[in-house]
Write a protein that binds this ligand. Sequence first.
Ligand SMILES: [Zn+2]
Length: 485
Amino acid sequence: MRTHYIRILLIVLIKTLLESGLRVTSAAGLPTLNPSPPTRARRSSLLAALCVTVTVACGCKADPATRQQPSSPAPAPRVVVLGIDAGTWDLLDGFIARGLLPNLAKLRSEGASGKLQSSEASSSPVIWTSIATGKTPEKHGITWFVRFPDGPGKPRAVDRTQRTSRTLWNILGDKGLDVAVVGWYVTWPAEQVNGRLVSDIAHYGDIDGESFPPYCLSTLAPVAESEAVAAMPAFMDFVYDPARATAGEAAQPSLDFLVYDRFVRSYSRDLFYVRATEALLNDGPLPEVLFLYLRGTDDVQHGFWKFMDPKPFGDVPPDQVEKFGKVIERYWSWIDARVGEILAHYKEPPLVLVMSDHGAGPAVGSAAVTEHRYLHLSGAHRSQGILLASGPGVRKGAVIEGASVYDVAPTLLHYLGYAVGDDMDGHALTGFFEPAIAERPVEHVATYETAAAPPPGSSATAAPRPGAAVDQKQLEHLRSLGYIE
Ligand SMILES: [Zn+2]
């Protein structure tokens, strides 16, 4: 949207220049001005307008003056880290075989893949922070969805200031790499990075600390729920009535509530971060390392599993199987298409890492939902997610055994030629790579938590509050997931 706006500005500006009698040439793609009439004043005002336009176009770039210079031992390809919640090969293998995920299929067939062992099967913010730090919750400080700084019974969502360990984007930024981080769990309030960061609650819109640099999202509006409703026919055959979309006290929450809770909110959130990523990728040089996290795949598996796979449940009406049976596969197809669009920005193939914090399966047996207000949910977490690597240096067809969420950070550090922290809890998965990388000795450093680079949570600056309305939305979401009373 923002790029579109910038394009219009540029078109209007160039048109104005042409109409004003200035000659515009397009050497190197940039308009140059013939130093002939009209007047100097007119010309400088046009130049000022051009500068304003260019400034808007560069609005999300890190300030080059404060950027650190790369200290990488050797030039490395760009890296795209895609965190996709609750992916399981149990489903994706079938979707790939049916041709529903062409982009992920290509990455998989040209790369290496395996299962990723989760640390704790139900706590996504904890696990995504372990993936980003290579450390256990005790070390990185994010141990649950909520905390109680205002006393018992008054939960607040965890935020970045509770994190006590440095992440991949902190470490790589310190090495001078240009990083971009979009929507990753527990990144609000946005911290200063060597690049750009869009925090994980930026989709609520207009809050303090939503991004770094702070003006990064100035033209990116939250996605309206109406947009998700308009997209619904591509995912399900259901006439949605928002007036009925409340949990209520009925024995079973309405289907409208299910659709609101598990599709409308999820789709709008993911679409916001996809747009934020597109805006960043359209805005100046591609980041050297991009981190993008998308969560809707977990929401839809929780909500729509029994319609896709009614057998273990036994009592799913056939008309509902008809209506909702394809939501999960279509959501993955939608995600796959977005992955394709994002990767299309890269002329040289980047290293792509795709991972999930845990897997998913039917909520039956010990995972069955028994509590009244979660009766609309039918999918549950499983302990193994997915890991996929593709791109320069990756050994095609390699199958990775025994990988855990703690291994992602050490593996990426080793790939890029940096040492692994001895205080990290995983190890570099060298089996992923071709001999030049696999056989390179893994270097070690005692820790990246140094006095010169204190952990983000130790900052003396107080965290801003997101405001009561956003607090409420976050807590409502956590309640709907069943994590808090
Ligand atoms: Zn998760």
